[in-house]
Design a protein around this ligand. Structure first.
Ligand code: SF4
Length: 297
């Protein structure tokens, strides 16, 4: 199979590109997303949420390559046999590319690793983990004086999130998604942006592979318990019969998003009485968990 733009061997089938043209195509897609959705400018300080996986290393690399000011921010949840490996990949990557990195941990912030918190809190791992991670990413980005918090979410992640919120009837959450998340402004809240929004999982995987970003592949042991895993499987199965189904879902979603936002009554956030972070109610969810963890010490 030959590249559609030159006579070299193709490394990607749809669209048909050789290594050089695939990289140019991929980076151009990221540039267009940043420009079209006005995600940030060269004056902004970008804090990039990184896990050490393919998506976050790819977005970190491209933004630095495009000349943006980047600082990496990683979260150590304390998940044995998982996070220690990806953090190693991340440290190697940041040292090679001279990118500053800050690592915050659940133990440092909440007194326990995720593994230790699970039997106490008795909720689904991803529910607790997502709450703690969102809290630390926002706080860490603010402490680093970020203008925006960049995440490595790709098109597959976003198609899954749209369906999940739809299935769960979380229309308010659905209305907050998109390449630039959040609708209500709060000075404590750092806006989240997703430059890989239109890049498929396969495209990101190939880009990361061609740049040799990942030395080992490890998956969080809790992934399979998450509702997201079922939705991802459903979308992947559908894509085999109906190619392009994820792209079409995202296109339709973005088309209807302004209407959805107009119809949604967004209330302004309050601030947590314990930590001051934006939240709805007297105490944020992270502080509610944290109090339960402290009570058993
Ligand atoms: Fe946390 Fe769930 Fe992701 Fe594992 S899969 S890192 S538990 S959110």
């Amino acid at each position: 199979m030959r590249c559609g733009s030159c006579k070299q061997n193709a490394v990607f089938a749809s669209p048909r590109y050789c290594k050089q043209h695939f990289i140019a195509y991929f980076e151009n897609k990221v540039k267009q997303t940043i420009r079209k959705y006005r995600l940030f400018t060269k004056k902004d300080k970008l804090v990039v949420a990184v896990s050490g996986g393919k998506d976050s290393l790819t977005v970190l690399y491209i933004l630095q390559k495009l000349g943006f000011k980047v600082h990496a921010l990683a979260i150590d949840e304390g998940i044995v046999n998982y996070r220690e490996h990806t953090l190693k990949d991340l440290e190697r990557f940041c040292s090679t590319h001279h990118i500053p990195v800050l690592v915050l941990s659940y133990t440092g912030a909440f007194g326990k690793t995720l593994d230790a918190a699970l039997p106490i809190l008795k909720e689904k791992p991803c529910t607790i983990c997502g709450t703690f991670r969102r809290y630390l990413l926002n706080k860490g980005a603010r402490d680093l004086h970020a203008d925006v918090l960049v995440t490595g979410h790709n098109l597959d992640d976003e198609a899954q999130a749209v369906l999940m919120n739809f299935f769960k009837n979380h229309l308010d959450l659905l209305a907050r998604q998109g390449p630039r998340s959040g609708v209500v402004r709060d000075k404590q809240f750092i806006p989240r942006v997703k430059p890989l929004y239109f890049c498929t999982e396969k495209e990101v995987l190939l880009y990361a592979y061609l740049h040799n970003f990942i030395s080992t592949y490890v998956e969080c042991p809790n992934t399979r318990q998450a509702f997201r895993a079922d939705v991802a499987l459903l979308l992947n199965q559908l894509s085999q019969t109906f190619p392009g189904v994820k792209q079409k879902l995202i296109t339709r979603y973005l088309h209807d998003l302004p209407l959805l936002q107009k119809e949604t009554a967004f209330s302004s956030p309050e601030h947590c009485q314990r930590c001051g972070e934006p939240c709805y109610g007297a105490l944020c969810k992270a502080c509610q968990y944290s109090q339960r963890l402290t009570a058993v010490c």
